[in-house]
Design a binder for this molecule. Structure first.
Ligand code: AMP
Length: 551
């Protein structure tokens, strides 16, 4: 039976955490624990089995990673030999990569004492064997990958494992891992502490709970699905497709959107349409969808997080949330295009310091809206969501408005975004030309070209990058695809098309030195806008690899 308990709140320094963890937390700039961390860390430290239900972006990863690291440090004081103490399972390779990254950030001050290995990359098992022979303290992987290593005898957990964590537990079964998880449990000791973390409490989570947890504490935080209004602002703007395109171009070129931005669309083709459209104005973007190889997706997200580029165009595909239940990977009969079972583009993926989400296409339901909006205002950061809404999409907006109103005392969460389309009339002509230039054929070619380009990057240069890791940094994913004829003059914004209200402002359409400020969000076009010296979207220069090696 699960107890639902009310816990007292703790700050990081009151949680009896090792100084090295506290220093790492300070280095990350986290001042106070998020709600889920406040509740979960002490319970996990006490040794309780915990089921954590928390919304995406709530700081869930550190909620289990911090106590796991602390427990390992405690165990090390009495340990005689090096052993694998914790196993973290999660359904996608991107999440494995991300969790391992968080653990590494939290162990920067004790990296010799606590080592973490992510075995999710699909390389030959023998390549990873030496990593496991060293018995890292924490092993992260997808259930199938871990099972392969267990079966191959590369990994032995029966005697040493102390903690099992399953993150994004609600996706584990729907990604088709049920049999693997059950089989994997046979390789674990009879007693260990278990933690399940999940964004929802679906029936799958309930099954996992009865399978794995013993007498657990259920932390079902009464957190709203979305960050509070003080942290996250929701704007909407009515516009049809062509006007959406014009507005997007004007907002980006006039620096009315600043900071890191994710543009969401509803299909993979549309991703490329937007990329090719913006490319004509000299606005580089990077694409993220389920058809790109997972290493590329991880690399793109990492580079976005490091601030190497500022705009991602992502398609919010249903298949990623409810992937093939029929053991999708490799069967490939239903869909001509191969999707990767072990990957989800955005669920649980941590795009860091995102200031804005733009819904170019309005999401198809409330869950999708919440999910997209969850990409901003993560942790304790500020953010904005701007949704473009066509007449056809209006009922969808109303549905979301109604659903989210209930949580917020009958007040709509949406504010109207003040944008005077007539002020950017001159942008319309350019936008129209550029939009039309992106034909279906251009989109198809771009999709093929990007996949080929990325696969080439992946395989041919793999060994090269192993020898030259710094060159990997300069391999960018926001390169122009050039399947549409480029007209160099479109990259500039001549003064005569700048709306009078913005004319006197410096910095617009001028290449300046990029000065990053992650906290910047949408500016109202009527508000006094001080662009200062920088336009981050104009100053993206790729230096290095592409210069040496022309495509
Ligand atoms: P997660 O829900 O684990 O994916 O975390 C969402 C984001 O919140 C990540 O970018 C974390 O770096 C950030 N984060 C986690 N904990 C904190 C905290 N206590 N204060 C500020 N940001 C945090």
């Amino acid at each position: 039976m699960a107890d639902e308990i009310e816990e007292k709140s703790f700050k990081f320094h009151e949680m009896e955490l090792d100084d090295r963890i506290l220093k790492a937390i300070a280095k990350l700039g986290w001042q106070t624990p998020t709600l889920i961390q406040e509740k979960a860390i002490p319970l996990i430290l006490e040794g309780k089995d915990v089921l954590v239900r928390a919304r995406t972006g709530s700081g869930k990863t550190a909620a289990f990673a911090v106590p796991v690291i602390q427990k390992i440090l405690n165990l090390k004081q009495i340990a005689i030999q090096q052993e694998i103490k914790a196993l973290i399972l999660t359904p996608s390779k991107e999440l494995c990569n991300q969790i391992c990254g968080v653990v590494k950030d939290l162990t920067v001050k004790c990296s010799r004492e606590v080592r973490c290995v992510d075995v999710s990359p699909q390389v030959d098992l023998n390549v990873q064997k030496p990593l496991l022979v060293e018995k890292p303290d924490i092993v992260v992987g997808t259930p199938s990958r871990i099972l392969q290593h267990l079966k191959a005898g590369n990994l032995s957990l029966r005697k040493s494992l102390e903690i099992l964590v399953i993150d994004e537990a609600d996706l584990v079964f729907s990604f088709g891992y049920e049999a693997e998880v059950k089989e994997l449990l046979g390789y674990l000791p009879t007693i260990y502490q278990a933690i399940l973390a999940s964004a929802t409490l679906s029936n799958d989570v309930k099954s996992l709970k009865s399978l794995i947890l013993h007498n657990p504490v259920v932390l079902k935080l009464e957190e709203p699905d979305l960050a509070p209004a003080s942290q996250l602002t929701h704007y909407h703007l009515y516009a049809e497709e062509m006007d959406k395109a014009t507005i997007l171009y004007a907002l980006l070129k006039l620096c009315l959107i600043r900071g890191k931005t994710i543009i969401f669309v509803n299909t993979v083709d549309k991703c490329y349409k937007i990329k090719l459209y913006l490319e004509q104005f000299g606005i580089p973007t990077c694409i993220l969808n389920s058809e790109l190889p997972s290493t590329i997706r991880c690399h793109s997200v990492n580079q976005f997080n490091q601030g190497i580029y500022d705009i991602i165009v992502a398609s919010d595909e249903r298949a990623l949330e409810q992937p093939d239940t029929e053991k999708g990977q490799g069967d490939g009969k239903k869909s001509k295009r191969r999707r990767d079972k072990e990957s989800g583009v955005s669920r649980g993926i941590d795009f860091q310091f995102v200031a804005n989400v733009i819904n170019f296409d309005f999401p198809l339901d409330t869950q999708a809206y919440i999910h997209r909006a969850g990409r901003v205002a993560r942790g304790n950061n500020q953010g904005s969501v701007l949704s473009f809404v066509s007449i056809k999409e209006k009922p969808l907006l109303q549905k979301v408005e109604e659903a989210l109103k209930q949580d917020r005392e009958d007040i709509s969460i949406f504010k109207s975004y003040q944008f005077k389309l007539e002020e950017v009339d001159a942008f319309k002509y350019r936008a129209k030309d550029a939009w039309r230039a992106v034909t279906r054929i251009a989109v198809r070619e771009a999709r093929l070209k990007e996949i080929k380009q990325e696969i080439f990057n992946c395989q041919k240069l793999k060994s090269y990058f192993e020898d030259n890791p710094t060159d990997l940094q300069v391999l960018r994913h926001d390169k122009a695809l050039h399947t549409v004829r480029l007209q160099p003059h479109l990259a500039d914004v001549p003064e005569y098309i700048v709306p009078p209200t913005l004319k006197n402002l410096s910095g617009i359409a001028r290449r300046g030195k990029r000065k990053r400020d992650h906290s910047k969000t949408f500016e109202s076009s009527t508000a006094k806008f001080r662009a200062k010296k920088s336009n981050p979207l104009l100053s993206m220069q790729f230096e290095g690899f592409s210069k040496k090696k022309k495509k």
